[in-house]
Ligand binder design. Structure first.
Ligand SMILES: *Cc1c(COP(=O)(O)O)cnc(C)c1O
Length: 373
């Protein structure tokens, strides 16, 4: 045990907390990976050692999320935000895209796509209700000519999450569903039969910044527009096994370790993502219960759309916000300030957030209310 037992509890929305075991392994291996005297940072991406790390990360990720063979896993760079441009450049052959706008992130994706496609539409939006719900699928207005439909599975800022991927075939749509899963990929299982392309920046549940994972159905590869840079053309990335340019080797190494950790998590009979999913639900319920039982804290999101990953909440008296944050810090609870666009507080409960960490926050919420409420 190299870290002090007083390691703070970090509720950061991203980059988020990393499992302690993973940090310990990194610390042990930084000067030399598996006894070879060279660390991963200093290794050629073409070396057999790095190729083995890369292949293991690919295999672990596919196995962990049960990704079918007809989907390719691409390790890219540029983050979730770059995908807001890269997806349209790869898929919007007709220039028609439908967006579901459910918060800051999907709104951002919608705005960026307008630079690459000329017929971008909002199929449905929850803006009028302050992004506290997800519009029911029967009301979505889909463009029959759309190249794809974009959703954000978990709105990191507003704390609004799809409980499962929507089945757009019930609206008669054949268009692929593109999902920004940056803040929940790896936190629960995915119904791949409903997805065309899923992307996620790694720094929430899968490791550190620098790696962007794209999971794309084979038949959607090879349609890029001529303006698409080669390094961002899915067919080029795929044909070169994510090594057309130097991949983010360190971030791939960390993701491989994080996936190894995730795969061995247990909850009773369950292992891997199913254990993680159950634990994440329980963690989130503990916080929401504490908030709902009090009149001192509140969360405005409709219950069935509340996120298991990001829990925004407000104090009844916002004049106490600063005191709340400094008392939290004294209690070793860090990064609880809400996103600047919504204010208040936000607790992010990614996979690496321990249940003990959540319990400490619940205790603190009660304690602060008792003394200051
Ligand atoms: C964090 C996040 C992103 C951002 O990714 P970058 O790596 O900053 O580009 C995109 N979408 C969602 C939903 C996120 O939570």
């Amino acid at each position: 045990m190299k870290f002090s037992p007083k390691r703070p509890i970090n509720f950061s929305a991203g980059p988020g907390t990393i499992p302690e075991e993973v940090l310990e392994t990194i610390q042990e291996e930084i000067f030399g990976w598996h006894g070879i005297g060279v660390g991963v940072m200093e290794m050629s991406h073409r070396s057999k050692e790095f190729i083995s790390i890369y292949q293991s990360a690919q295999e672990k990720f596919r196995h962990y999320l049960q990704i079918p063979k007809n989907f390719k896993i691409l390790f890219m760079q540029g983050g979730g935000i770059a995908q807001n441009a890269i997806v349209p450049m790869n898929l919007a052959r007709r220039g028609c895209i439908d967006f579901l706008v459910t918060g800051n992130w999907s709104q951002k994706s919608y705005e960026e796509a307008g630079r690459y496609a000329n017929d971008i539409r909002v199929a449905a939006s929850s803006k009028l209700t302050g992004y506290t719900e997800i519009p029911t699928i029967s009301g979505w207005k889909l463009n029959p000519a759309a190249d794809y439909i974009h959703i954000c599975s978990n709105e990191t800022v507003q704390g609004v999450q799809f409980q499962e991927l929507p089945d757009i075939s019930i609206l008669g749509s054949q268009a692929p569903l593109v999902v920004d899963c940056s803040s929940d990929l790896g936190s629960r299982s995915v119904d791949w039969s409903r997805a065309g392309l899923v992307f996620a920046a790694a720094q929430k549940n899968l490791g550190i910044a620098g790696l962007t994972i794209v999971v794309v159905r084979e038949d959607l590869i090879g349609r890029a527009l001529p303006i698409c840079p080669s390094a961002f053309d899915y067919s080029v990335v795929d044909a070169n096994e994510s090594m057309y340019n130097t991949p983010p080797t360190w971030a791939i190494y960390v993701a491989e370790l994080v996936l190894g950790w995730a795969q061995t998590q247990r909850e009773g009979e369950l292992t891997g993502v199913r254990a993680i999913e159950v634990r994440n639900k329980r963690k989130a319920e503990k916080i929401y219960r504490a908030i709902d039982e009090s009149s001192f804290y509140h969360n405005n999101v409709a219950h069935q759309f509340r996120s298991d990953m990001n829990v925004p909440f407000f104090l009844a008296d916002s004049k106490l916000d600063a005191a709340f944050l400094s008392a939290a810090k004294e209690n070793n609870l860090l990064q609880l300030k809400g996103h600047k666009s919504v204010g208040g507080m936000r607790a992010s409960l990614y996979n690496a957030m321990t249940e003990e960490g959540v319990d400490s926050l619940v205790d603190f919420l009660k304690d602060f209310e008792r003394t200051r409420g």
